[in-house]
Design a protein around this ligand. Sequence first.
Ligand code: ADP
Length: 481
Amino acid sequence: MKTTLRGRLMLSFLLAILATTIILVLVANVVTRDRFTYMVSFSGQRTVQRLAPVFTSYYVQVGSWEGVETVMDWYNETRFQGMQDDAPHPMNPRWEKDYRPEVFAEDRLLLLDSNGNIVADSAPEAGQIKLPSGIEEKGALITVDNRHVGALVIVSALGELNVYQSDFLRQVTRLLIAAGVLIGIIGIVVSGIQAKRIVAPVKAISKAAQQIATGDFSQRVPVAGDDELSEMAATFNTMATELERQQELRHRAMADIAHELRTPLSVLQIELESIEDGLSEPTPETIAGLQSEIVHLGRLVEDLRVLSLTDAGELHLDLEPVAVGSLVAGVVERMHRAAAEKGLHLAVKGAESAATVQGDARRLTQVLLNLLANAVQYTPAGGTIIVAIETTGDQNVSITVQDTGVGIAPEHQLHVFERFYRVDAARSTKGSGLGLSIAKSLVQAHGGRIQVTSTVGQGSTFTVSLPLMPAAILPKTPGSA
Ligand code: ADP
């Protein structure tokens, strides 16, 4: 049989309740019995203390216990008659007022002689009674002229309870069991409700997870309260949202890849067909155009390859000490023409920096070229692009590419490093939305970080931080000690 979480929870709740109730009932019962027996015994002792003078006076008058049954009869009668205030007393008519015994109606009174043998029994019909040794101590000793002539004992003082007393204890036990059963029922109801409350979100999550497994990423679960379960539900929803976004990105990526490949391929096909049909001449210009499409295709394929390699952690880096100053100078040099053609001012700050990083110069160049190409593309004529090198502490060097371009809105800043993410596809006609994600992957492969800050209409600043090469392993430059 399948054991459900709800069943298991209820079972554990019930076991806990059952154990607690049984222990409580048992302890309460034992304590009540113990205290009650003590109380009965104590009150029995008090009774015999009060009755002892009656028997003493009998002994004094008669000189022995002979005929003492009359006193026992009086005892029996008095207690059965309810002991009216004016009940007569066989020895002392005033006694009733002075020594009125406060006894339970069923208390069996025994009179023992000096040897501990029973001389008189208030209820011989109740059967033989086995007396433990030292019994006298539990009763009242009867002494006449400093002579121990007997002892008066009440049976309940021996720990033996009469019918009413036992009945009282049975009543208490019954009540305790009833209370236990009631607690158990309340426990079942409460644990049932609690178990349902705990299991409901788990079930909801499990159902939603199954739906997600079948590809329905729109599934969300309700989040109520602020306990761990609602936290789990909220985390699940975040995960579902992320999965949905990833799925969307994947779909878009496939569509983008298809689109990116189709455009240059169509151009190539049309151009080649028109040459084949004799509609156009294979002039150097036409061939250059075809080549540029092939270069574009090649770059796209290469970008995808780099991304898949970094994803798999298999990108090979040719690590060597790279002087950041000359790296930046080289990239700026390569971008100078493009910037100038667009009427942009391109400047470098901190080119003299001696910062050196352990890196793959080709890949780092690719990162900076992507950033600079974007800055050139998204900065209108007359704008400025500044590439600055700054050493932060003795751990990192940061390279910032700052432009005065169109800027990126905050909601897009979070996503620009994602694959195929383009803020405005119409505006970035040349780009495929891979440049920044490649830059990020490459920087991360170097143990660095890349960030963006931007204000729409004012410009963007992309910052690449790379760990500096430790001084101990820096290559010695001429002139250095
Ligand atoms: P693309 O190759 O399409 O430029 P990127 O990954 O390099 O793709 O950039 C992603 C998006 O980020 C671009 O579509 C562009 O909208 C935005 N972006 C990148 N750099 C800048 C910049 N310097 N200024 C404004 N927007 C930028």
